[in-house]
Design a protein around this ligand. Structure first.
Ligand code: HEM
Length: 228
């Protein structure tokens, strides 16, 4: 595997001996335990909203809005992880990159909750659902879900090996940019209704610039040869 591919391939980040093992907290914040922790937090959040607001239209809509935001946060972490490592190499950046898969899968989980709430909402209150949605939005959203499903299902080592590094990287690069664009679109279209949506759009554009600027590791600064 080339150095460039190693930069993005799931299991390619070397874990320094001092970062291995550790206590229960450290183990909980790495790999699959981190994914399950994030997923549990998402489910607890959804249940808390339903308990506080009700198992009704308002409760389901709250979950839809909240999971759109948790999905964005988790997506952005996975989206900029490599760029953070390239720009600020250090223990935190290595942890981010090492756990990019956990954040990516938690993003997919968050979107699975988004979809579940949408289905329950549509079945509970068909008229309100259609007042907020359209056939075009559902077709576009369904395509986005296919892409998210592809990203999630190809995030497991045996599938990664089966695909090969080059195809895996092409698929994930395409998928990440597609989801990025979809987030920009779904947030930007709401700006006329509320200027609050400028914030997520600004975050997405800042993340894009940061990722593009730091796509490669910083070259070691070499002092110019002393002139004789
Ligand atoms: C078939 C697929 C989808 C449907 C039917 C759908 C439906 C909805 C509905 C009805 C809302 C408004 C909820 C409310 O105002 O009470 C909403 C919000 C939202 N959705 Fe989805 N969605 C889908 C997929 C997606 C995907 C794939 C993304 C992003 C990748 C996304 C991002 C958002 C965002 C950003 C919001 C705004 C949340 C906020 O107010 O902060 N949606 N969605």
């Amino acid at each position: 595997m080339t150095a460039a591919l190693a930069n993005d391939f799931p299991s390619a980040v070397v874990i320094a001996p001092c970062e291995r093992g550790g206590g229960i907290v450290l183990r909980l914040l790495n790999g699959w335990p981190l994914f399950w922790l994030l997923s549990a937090l998402l489910l607890v959040m959804a249940l808390a909203f339903l308990t506080a607001v009700g198992f009704d239209t308002q409760g389901y809509r709250l979950i839809i809005r909240a999971t759109a935001r948790t999905s964005l946060g988790l997506f952005l972490v996975a989206f900029v992880a490599s760029a953070v490592l390239n720009h600020w190499p250090g223990a935190f950046a290595r942890w981010l990159v090492r756990n990019r898969r956990a954040f990516g899968l938690a993003f997919a989980m968050s979107h699975a909750v988004h979809l579940s709430a949408i289905v329950v909402f549509a079945r509970t209150d068909w008229a309100t659902f259609w007042s907020l949605s359209s056939t075009g939005a559902i077709v576009a959203g369904s395509i986005a879900y296919v892409v998210i499903g592809l990203l999630a299902s190809t995030s497991f080592d045996p599938v990664v090996r089966w695909l090969g590094a080059r195809r895996w990287k092409q698929l994930h690069r395409f998928g990440l940019w597609f989801v990025w664009l979809f987030f920009v679109f779904t947030n930007a279209k709401r700006i006329p209704g509320s200027s609050w949506y400028v914030l997520p759009v600004t975050l997405l554009i800042a993340a894009m610039i940061f990722r593009l600027q730091h796509a490669r590791p910083r070259r070691a600064r070499v002092s110019p040869p002393a002139s004789s």
